[in-house]
Design a protein around this ligand. Structure first.
Ligand SMILES: CC1=C(/C=C/C(C)=C/C=C/C(C)=C/C=C/C=C(C)/C=C/C=C(C)/C=C/C2=C(C)C[C@@H](O)CC2(C)C)C(C)(C)CCC1
Ligand SMILES: [Fe+2]
Length: 523
């Protein structure tokens, strides 16, 4: 395990031609671009957590039967400052950085003071997001960094706060067919209020001012007041159907007072996240047309969710699927001191972490007001998910478990917001890196798996075939890190329908384990 984590990866900014085996479909033209941490040690300093590492972008470009690999560290302000100082000088979520110990007392005091209103990291390591035709690397702070798809060079730094009140924003936006981007974030303490904001970034032409902010610019579609001013919920993604936004306010919360004092108390920001297992998880449905939150108080038991899979409407219900946990232990598993345990010790530790399951919630949009309390008001067939009517406008929702042990879910995005059948994901095993990728059929509850010895696949990305008729007409791309020194890492191309390998493209380069990415088809 040690060799995977904590080792700094070498970037390959010049295109490296891949060795192709098998048949890569001719129609597959474009670039798979992905993001994730590639450097955890700077000078003599080391990050505490795997999610803290310096963003390393990488891409596989498919062009006329050839495949080229590139990787490049995001030249964020954080990266530059760290390199210049040859130590970690900017705090990340799991690592608090302190001023240079050699500074004199005045410089130190100034540095401490400036942290009362800190400037946050632009180490955008989580995902790649699209705003019109522009691409950005993203994290969960108020910053995103524009990047060049071809060269992986870093361009402008965009601050959401210039356009909307947002201190945090997700790395998992949604897109509509008109090219608009939707995201959600949290505004902390603005005008004495803490709220969740849903924003729409209108489609833009390439290079047209940052964020494509031609008039009318970024719009706040809806503000949802946080249940608690000082403890907003943490969230990593949300769902979007044709008419509704699905937002889960989970009892996994940021403690603002703790955040404000973390620097002085010498603790990291992650320690300011609190898990409240006795609280409810609220399910908010926001009408995209009226921009209003539905007044029924839908809730479920305490859970932690990072990834929404999909959401859609059927016969007066909103159905949404999420990958959820029974507690907040996932984050702890990714501390480098845990990842660096030997395999046996890790596996033992792993058993103490909660395992994710893919859960389906079915939310009835309307119900007969005279129905008795305790009645299940879900009228949809073929689901065991229920919604029990309670007093005072509350509805208690219980999910159907669709699949156990999957994470990093992806779908054919053409089916986002629509009734769908297939989920592509990583299979969770009690190892910190995925060892299998999986296709789950929601209709038949059956799965296909792909694995190979010494192969550690990344989140699989679906690319639809040009003349696709069925949802799974296309390929699945996964970048595979090889742990066998004799074989190189490669890009795997699977037939999404049969889950059979079509081909692979091996690269002699230092490929890293990553988080998320996008396929950008050739125009
Ligand atoms: C909080 C806060 C601040 C700071 C915010 C910052 C710096 C936020 C950074 C957030 C980051 C880097 C978040 C990263 C999230 C990554 C996630 C959720 C990754 C999930 C990965 C998963 C679920 C992997 C699962 C798997 C498991 C469990 C087992 C394996 O077998 C298989 C595998 C890998 C698939 C400010 C702005 C300073 C101030 C305001 C408050
Ligand atoms: Fe994510």
């Amino acid at each position: 395990m040690q060799s995977f984590f904590g080792n700094n990866r070498r970037e390959s900014p010049k295109p490296v031609k891949a060795q192709i085996r098998g048949e890569i479909p001719k129609w597959l033209q474009g670039t798979l671009i992905r993001n994730g941490p590639g450097m955890h040690k700077i000078g003599d300093t080391v990050y505490n957590h795997w999610f803290d590492g310096m963003a390393l972008l990488h891409s596989f470009t498919f062009k006329d039967g050839e495949i080229f690999y590139r990787s490049k560290y995001l030249r964020s302000d954080t990266y530059r400052s760290n390199m210049e100082a040859n130590r970690i000088v900017v705090s990340e979520f799991g690592t608090m950085a302190y001023p240079d110990p050699c500074k004199n007392i005045f410089a130190k005091a100034f540095s401490y003071l400036s942290h009362t209103i800190p400037d946050f990291t632009d180490n955008c390591l989580i995902n790649i997001i699209r705003c019109g035709e522009d691409l950005y690397a993203s994290t969960e702070t108020n910053y995103i960094r524009k990047i060049d798809l071809e060269t992986l060079e870093t361009n402008e730094k965009v601050d959401y706060r210039k356009y909307v009140a947002l201190n945090l924003a997700t790395s998992h936006p949604h897109y509509d067919t008109n090219g608009n981007t939707y995201n959600m974030g949290t505004s902390i303490g603005d005008k004495g209020k803490t709220k969740y904001q849903i924003i729409k970034i209108p489609q833009s032409k390439p290079g047209n001012s940052e964020l494509g902010l031609a008039t009318p610019g970024v719009l706040v579609i809806c503000s949802i007041p946080s249940r608690s001013l000082l403890r907003p919920s943490y969230f990593h993604s949300f769902g979007m159907t044709e008419n509704y936004i699905v937002f889960i306010e989970q009892p996994f919360k940021l403690d603002i007072l703790k955040l404000a004092t973390a620097y002085f108390r010498g603790v990291n920001w992650a320690s300011c996240l609190g898990w409240y297992p006795n609280d409810k998880t609220y399910i908010h449905l926001i009408d995209r047309e009226t921009k209003k939150i539905l007044s029924t108080k839908y809730y479920t038991d305490a859970l932690v969710v990072y990834h929404h899979v999909n959401a859609y409407e059927e016969d007066g219900h909103v159905i949404f699927d999420i990958v959820a946990y029974n507690d907040n232990s996932l984050y702890d598993m990714f501390y480098l001191k845990i990842l660096k345990l030997d395999d046996a010790a890790f596996e033992k530790q792993g058993k103490t972490f909660s395992s994710p399951s893919c859960r389906r919630f079915v939310i009835p949009l309307q119900h007969d007001k005279n129905v008795e309390l305790g009645t299940n008001i879900v009228t949809l067939e073929n689901t065991t998910a229920s919604a029990l009517k309670e007093k005072d406008g509350y509805v208690y929702c219980k999910p159907e478990i669709l699949f156990e042990g999957i994470e990093l879910p992806r779908i054919n995005y053409d089916y986002n917001g629509k009734k769908y059948r297939y989920i592509y994901a990583s299979k969770v095993q009690w190892r910190p890196v995925p060892t299998k990728i999986i296709k789950c059929d929601i209709l038949t509850k059956t799965c296909y798996e792909w694995r190979e010895d010494h192969c550690w696949p990344a989140e699989p990305v679906f690319v639809r075939a040009p003349e696709a008729k069925e949802e799974d007409d296309g390929v699945l791309l996964s970048s595979i890190v090889s742990s066998d020194p004799k074989t190189s890492s490669f890009l795997l191309v699977l037939d999404a329908k049969t889950f059979k390998e079509l081909g692979r493209a091996s690269v002699t380069a230092d490929i890293h384990l990553d988080l998320h990415g996008l396929f950008i088809p050739e125009k």
